[in-house]
Design a protein. Sequence first.
Length: 687
Amino acid sequence: MGEELWEALVRGDEKRGEREVDISQLTKELEKLKRENSELLSEIDRLNERLNEEILEKRSLSEERDKLSRRIKDLERAIEEASSSIKQKEELENYIDELKSKLSSIERENVELRRKNNDLSSELSKIKSELESKDKEIERLTREIKQIRERYNEVNRKVVALKSRESELIEKLNEKNESLKEKDEELSRMRNKIVELRERTSKLEDELNNKDEVVNRLRENFNSSIGKLKELAKRNLEMKYKVSELEEKVSELEEERNKTLQEKESLLEETRKLEDEISTLEEELKRLSKERNDLKEKISELESEKERLNRELISKNETISKLSSTIHEKDSRINELEEMLRNAEQKIKEAEQSSNELISEINRLKSELADANRENESLRVEILDKEDEIKNLKREIEFLGKRVDELEREKGGLLEKIERYKRELEREFLEKEGLTAEINSLEEKVSELKRTLEETQYELKEMEMELSKTKREKDEMRKQMLMKEEKVKEVNSEINLLRLKMSEKDREIDELKEKVSKLKVDLGRKEGEMKAILEELKRKENRILDLEREREKVILEREELLSKLSELDERNKELELEQKKLLSRIKELSREIEEKEEELSRKNKEIYFLREELSKRLREESKEPEELVTEAKLEIYRLLALKNKGMMSRIEFSREMKRIEEKYGRGVVLEAGRGLVLFDGSEWRAI
């Protein structure tokens, strides 16, 4: 057991020595990597500085190129403006000719406007005459409206009279109702008396019957009683006659009341009809008055339209006079402008000579600019190539920077592993010291040492695997670093070539700058001359624009006049149509008024006939029925007395009654016989 432990300690020492050797080798490799990394970083910084310098130089070249291109464009624009000034002179001459032709056309239009003005004046006189005729027509219509109003007032008076008549009839009906009430009260009193008389009559008849029974016994008293009986019979007949008279009067009053009620209803119906007719007439009169007001409004509108047309005509005359004065002013102004134009033509000829000189100078400058543009284009192509190369270098530098960061991270991992190995070696060293110090108690701790040895063996295997992995990574890193070094050498060679090319371009740029400075001096002088010419041309253009605006203004005013003249024509046509419509409407209204007057006269006749019939009925109601019924009653009483006395047979009685019916009428006979009671107690209706 002790020998095995000792062998294990020896193997541990050997492994520890191997690890220390590996750690020292790794430390050397790390230091070498650090040096290479620092060299790479310094090379990257140097390349970045060179790249920034190249970018600044490229930027300055591009700015100079842009300045040259802007200056070329300015020169081309100046050339175009100089050539356009010549064209503008020709256009100005053509424009003056056009202005002259337009001025002549405006004068012709002015003559045409004057002619139209005269036509409008004649049309206005016609309109005035038509308006006067319309005024006369309006006066005639107002007279007709006045007549309609008078007829309306007359109808109103008739309606008021009918209403007063209606109120009188209503008062009479109320009086009749009052009298009917009084007669009803009197009738009730009479009926009470009739009942009393009937009771007394029945008592007397009973007494007579009793007396007939004891006639033999009272025969001796016959002579004395016969007088009383005759007297009683006479009194009974008188009472019956009075009762019949009262009943007849009551029936007459009832009949009169019924007739009065019927006539009241008929009068009320007639009154309602009259009220309906009056309301229709009032509505018709309202409609007529409304139409009259509408006609008045249309008349006032026509008058206001006439005044407006007069005002418009006056304003148009003033506008035409103003336009004619404006045209004269424009003529004088055009003469002044023609004089100014001749002066401008002289100046343009002078400017043409200087312009020709400028054109030759500009052509020379154009050729120089074309050469400069070609050189600039070749420079731009080279600069673009260099920009592409710089971009590629940037990408490679970024890649190298990323790889350096990865190497730094790997270095940190290796340092951590080395520290861990050191800690493990120290721990094993401490364990070894503990084992040598406690060698006497190894027997007791064999099991614990076995476990410790197994753990140590496992850890040693892991460490061996880690070391092999680290060796492989180190070999790969060496290969990558060699490749990077080759790339860095290539980049350095390319940078040197770029520096040579940039120095050549710098010389070319200096030469171009000298040419550009010369061109600037020449262009400054030419710009001053061109500026003066352009200012003169601008003044001419402004003057031409002013003339153009004045011409457009005159054209617009002429068009407005023409449009207003057309509006006046249309308005005159509308007024004529409106006048025709008004005349037709007035004729229709006059026909309607005549029809309404005829209808009013017809209604007045109907009212007159109704009034006559009403008065006739009232007279008949107040006299004839009562007299006829009274006469019929007297004859009926006479026939009844004869029949009761036995002086007339039943056949004769019927024949006489037919005669009375034929004489007075069935209604009168029924009214006269209403309520009559015969001596045997049966009513008259039974007969």
